[in-house]
Structure formats: structure tokens, C-alpha cells
Design a protein around this ligand. Structure first.
Ligand code: GGG
Length: 348
């Protein structure tokens, strides 16, 4: 297997360094290539996603991606490399699982200890459309710069394939033993009547093709509240690009926060795995970023390549470290990225 490693910016290289050590330990025969992307790459080469990087990603079986830090102000010639990569590789399904954190009194940074007892029993997946919606990159200024317009692109094709991916996932989770399979179709079709109207219509058509899987529709604002309050009521949640991006960050609090939230970006025969978190410039370079999300990406990658035993090995080692420590500061500990990575490797 050939894996293209793209560490990116900020804490990306730190957590991906740890994940690569775990990958090497559990699957020494994997062939690794490294490529650049992100703000630092843009400053070095004038391209956030250099053509060599795109070629390396296409030549590999899978990509292990860290994080990028795109500036929030407009920079001529710059576009988000991760959004571009997902589109270029047609990785249309962004799969973001959340499994309730089983550790009592685990204090997340700047929050109370998890006290919602429902958090511990939640086991859900957010399936986010990855190629269009508000992230289609169709923005412009008009009116001499006084009016900004973003086009929200929703197509029948992309809606159908993401909703189908959600129902297929719910079905495979049911086969694996998850009770009461259900897909929650999230939209705001009461306001976005044309764009989410199309998404909703297509989603309900697809839902009718899966009579063995429960389904419901939910407005995005209601979904945000319920994901925060009663996460245990969800199984698979499917949403358009930006809604899925936001909802998965809400949901991941129940799993232990962004430090342990991982994601798979899947297309036809291609995949990119990345922690949900960004480049975290506030802690970059300090060696204290939580590598567990990136390490779970290694497990997802191995599972995707049908190496279930190796994936289970990585997951068991990471779960043991999560339970007993060492822990990084985001989870109430004082250990470093390297301490956590070493502990995972020791327990493999
Ligand atoms: N690992 C996910 C990640 O990097 N998230 C931050 C993100 O998506 N940023 C968009 C960007 O900076 O272009």
C-alpha cells in the first residue's frame, strides 16, 4: 500500500508525525511519500496545493492529511488546499464518527467535566457532502465591492450519492450490530427553498429505496441543539457541506472534543484521512497537540484497506491510552504529543 502523507501547517506536522510512527509500527511494509500543502507551501511555492502534491495524492492508494491554516482574509491566488483536494480527488463523502467518551471526569480544556450522561452512550456518524454547497468556491464581489455573493451549489447527482452513502453506512452499521438503524436528513428547506428543497426532495427519494433503514428529516438548527443535548438519539446524520462541517464539530464534544475527532474523505476507490481539527496556531510548535485524532485516522485508513486486525490493534492501544493516560492538555493532562504517541506504540 502506498500512502501520501501531507502534514500541512501548524500542529499538522506534529500530529501526523505521531500518526506516521504508529503506522510504521503496525504496518512496516507501507510505502510512504510526503508532500506539501497549505499556507507555508503557498509562501514557499506560490501554490497552496502544488501540482506535485496533487500528482502524489493521485498516485497513492490513500492520503494521510494533517491540517491547514488558510488565512481568513482574501489572498490573490490562494484557495483552500483541503477543499481543493477533496474536489480534485472527488472525495464526495466526509465521514465523521463520534463515539461517546467512556471516561468519567475527563476534563476537557476550558469546559466542565463531561456531565451529560447521554454523551457516554452516543455512537453516531455525521456524513457530510464534500464537493459542493457553500464551499463550491463560487464567490464574488459586486456593487464596487459593497456586495459579496456566495453561490450555494446543490446538484441532484451529489445529493443522491451522499444520501446513498449515508443509508449504506447505516445498513452496514446495523449489520455490525448497531440497533435501530436510522438516517437523519438535515436541511433548511423551509428557508433555502430551492437549494435545500432539491437536497430534501432527492434525499426523501433515496430514503424510500431503503425500507429497512429508518429515516427522519430535521432542520439544521434543531439538529444542532439535539446533537448537543441528546446525541444518543442519532445514528447516521447526513447534511450538505457547510451544515455537516458545523454539526460534526458540535457532535464531537461527546467523543472527547476535537483532539480525538477523526474523519475519512471517501470517493470511488480513493480516500483521504484527516483529523477534524485545524492547524491550531495557538499551540503549534509546543509539542502538546493531541495526536489521538490523527492516530485514529491510521486505524480508519487500515480498515478502509481491509486490514481490520491492524486497525483494531491501533484502536485498542489508543483506547487504553485514552483511559489511563498519558493525556495532552486538551484532555486535562500535561503530557506531550510524543508521550501519547510513544504510549500508543508501547501498547500495540
Ligand atoms: N484537518 C482538517 C483541517 O485542516 N481543517 C481546517 C480546515 O478545513 N481549514 C480550511 C482551510 O484552512 O483551508
Amino acid at each position: 500500500m502506498k500512502v501520501c502523507v501531507i502534514p500541512g501547517d501548524g500542529i499538522g506536522p506534529e500530529v501526523i508525525g505521531a500518526a506516521v510512527e504508529v503506522l510504521r509500527a503496525v504496518a512496516p511494509a507501507v510505502e510512504l511519500t510526503e508532500a506539501e500543502a497549505g499556507w507555508a507551501a503557498f509562501q514557499r511555492h506560490g501554490a497552496a496545493l502544488p501540482t506535485e502534491t496533487l500528482a502524489a495524492a493521485k498516485a497513492a492508494d490513500a492520503v494521510l492529511f494533517g491540517a491547514v491554516a488558510s488565512p481568513s482574509h482574501s489572498v490573490p491566488g490562494y484557495r483552500s488546499p483541503i477543499v481543493a483536494l477533496r474536489r480534485e480527488l472527488d472525495l464526495y463523502a466526509n465521514i465523521r464518527p463520534v463515539v461517546g467518551l467512556q471516561i468519567a471526569n475527563c476534563r476537557l480544556q476550558s469546559s466542565e467535566p463531561i456531565h451529560n450522561p447521554q454523551s457516554t452512550i452516543c455512537n453516531l456518524v455525521v456524513v457530510r457532502e464534500n464537493t459542493e454547497g457553500l464551499y463550491a468556491g463560487r464567490e464574488r464581489l459586486e456593487d464596487g465591492g459593497d456586495t459579496a455573493i456566495a453561490e450555494r451549489v446543490i446538484t441532484r447527482r451529489a445529493s443522491a450519492r451522499i444520501v446513498r452513502a449515508a443509508f449504506d453506512l447505516a445498513r452496514s452499521r446495523a449489520v455490525a450490530g448497531h440497533p435501530n438503524p436510522k438516517v437523519t436528513i438535515v436541511h433548511k428547506a423551509n428557508v433555502l427553498r430551492v437549494s435545500d428543497g432539491l437536497f430534501r426532495t432527492v434525499a426523501l427519494e433515496i430514503a424510500a429505496q431503503y425500507p429497512d433503514i429508518g429515516s427522519e428529516e430535521m432542520l439544521v438548527d434543531v439538529a444542532a441543539m439535539r446533537l448537543a443535548q441528546t446525541p444518543e438519539r442519532f445514528d447516521v446524520v447526513v447534511a450538505t457541506n457547510m451544515f455537516g462541517d458545523i454539526l460534526s464539530d458540535v457532535a464531537c464534544i461527546h467523543g472527547g472534543g476535537l483532539g480525538v475527532a477523526s474523519s475519512a474523505n471517501l470517493g470511488e476507490g480513493r480516500a483521504l484521512f484527516e483529523p477534524v481539527h485545524g492547524a491550531a496556531p495557538d499551540i503549534a510548535g509546543q509539542g502538546i497537540a493531541n495526536p489521538l485524532a490523527a492516530i485514529e485516522c491510521v486505524a480508519m485508513l487500515l480498515e478502509w484497506r481491509h486490514r481490520a486486525a491492524s486497525a483494531a490493534q491501533v484502536r485498542a492501544a489508543a483506547a487504553s491510552v485514552l483511559a489511563d493516560g498519558p493525556r495532552t492538555p486538551d484532555m486535562g493532562g500535561s503530557s506531550t504529543t510524543a508521550d501519547v504517541a510513544r504510549a500508543v506504540i508501547d501498547r500495540l
